[in-house]
Design a protein around this ligand. Structure first.
Ligand code: CAA
Ligand code: NAD
Length: 310
């Protein structure tokens, strides 16, 4: 029987599936990059986590420690010593850096999880392409951009693909593995195998906007915001309705706060530019206003709801 995320969460400490990948560089230590670094380290691989400055990296490390604590408690509930060992060893496998060029020396896989902007991603990958060893695979965790378009800037197009994780990465069991038009069979198979090695269930998808999950989930979240914008229902009632009426673990407005209003806006704006006639992708004024005010959701302490500062 297939078990779904909320029923059987993935809290594996290590995986029986082995991968040829031993050293991984994760670029971007925000919501997603921190989680990707964590699950990689939990699987016994060495990780270098890169971000723009040491303050951001200190925040990433704090969030990884918190999350490792939750995972350890779950796996080793009756064995505090093993829990402590698991946390210490996993955390020790994660190095941090503010220099992407030196961080990719000797790495087997680079996973990019920086801001959802094609120009910024191009600048990064162009720099990495000349710095990383020839065998290194490049992957983007993009939510909505085309893998082919991101890969257009590098020479190693056969070694480029999409590895799309879900938030919170240590909990959500899915990994979408995306093949670009030039991704080689070897690269694709290595990415699939690697995904399994970090305990994820992998699904394959072509390079289409939003792949599988976001093509369905983002229009759903956008429609919920339009209900709110029209005054058809309150945020709370929309969220309660989808949790109790449709069995979702979070309501759609809560989910926008959880994903980040900036990221959700970047996704919608990108698709709107590409498909201006598609009503589902039209800009949403109430969300854009909050983004302009710096209210980006859980990560800034306020979005559509307010959160206690962690
Ligand atoms: N790390 C480790 N463990 C965590 C965690 C984290 N960051 N967050 C939660 N957990 C654990 C908790 O410790 C708890 O464990 P126990 O069951 O042992 O107590 C368990 O997960 C449940 O957590 P909570 O009790 O705090 O809260 P919850 O039951 O509401 O679950 C949730 C939280 C897992 C986030 C759940 O609400 C959920 O599944 N929400 C939907 C998330 C979702 O849809 N994600 C996809 C977003 S879209 C995306 O990611 C793609 C994109 O490109 C935009
Ligand atoms: P975030 O804002 O939490 O983190 C992004 C991090 O990247 C920040 O810490 C920022 O300082 C860093 N950064 C930006 N430019 C950089 C650069 N040039 N070099 C190094 N670091 C840089 O964003 P996020 O939610 O983690 O999203 C990251 C990527 O993952 C985006 O492409 C997003 O679409 C995708 N994604 C997001 C979610 C989600 O639910 N938030 C889910 C799946 C995929």
């Amino acid at each position: 029987m297939i078990q779904f995320g909320i029923i059987a969460r993935n809290f594996s400490s290590s995986s029986a599936v082995q991968s040829a990948i031993k050293n991984v560089t994760v670029i971007g230590g925000g919501l997603m990059g921190s989680g990707i670094a964590q699950v990689t380290a939990q699987a016994g691989q060495n990780v270098t986590l890169v971000d723009v400055n040491s303050d951001v990296l200190a925040k990433s490390q704090k969030s990884i420690q918190n999350s490792l604590g939750k995972v350890a408690k779950k796996i080793y509930k009756d064995n505090p010593q093993e829990a402590e060992k698991f946390m210490t060893e996993s955390f020790a496998r994660i190095k941090t850096s503010t220099d992407p060029v030196s961080a990719v020396q000797g790495t087997d896989l680079v996973i990019e999880a920086i801001v959802e902007n094609i120009d910024v991603k191009h600048t990064l990958f162009q720099k990495l392409d000349s710095a990383a060893p020839d065998h290194t695979i490049f992957a983007s965790n993009t939510s909505s951009l085309s893998i082919n378009e991101i890969a257009s800037i590098v020479k190693r197009k056969d070694k480029f693909g999409g590895l799309h994780f879900f938030n919170p990465v240590p909990v959500m069991r899915l990994l979408e593995v995306v093949r670009g038009s030039e991704t080689s069979d070897t690269t694709y198979n290595t990415m699939m195998q690697w995904g399994k090695s970090v305990g994820k269930t992998c699904v394959a998808c072509k390079d289409t906007p939003g792949f599988i999950v976001n093509r369905l989930l983002v229009p759903y979240m956008a429609e919920a915001l339009r209900l709110l914008e029209r005054g058809d229902a309150s945020a709370r009632d929309i969220d309660v309705a989808m949790k109790l009426g449709a069995g979702y673990p979070m309501g759609p407005i809560e989910l926008v706060d959880y994903v980040g209003l900036d990221t959700t806006k970047f996704i919608l704006d990108g698709w709107h530019k590409k498909f201006p006639d598609q009503a589902l992708f039209k800009p949403i004024a109430i969300m854009n206003k909050l983004v302009a005010e710096g209210k980006l959701g859980v990560k800034t302490g306020e979005g559509f709801y307010k959160y206690e500062k962690k």
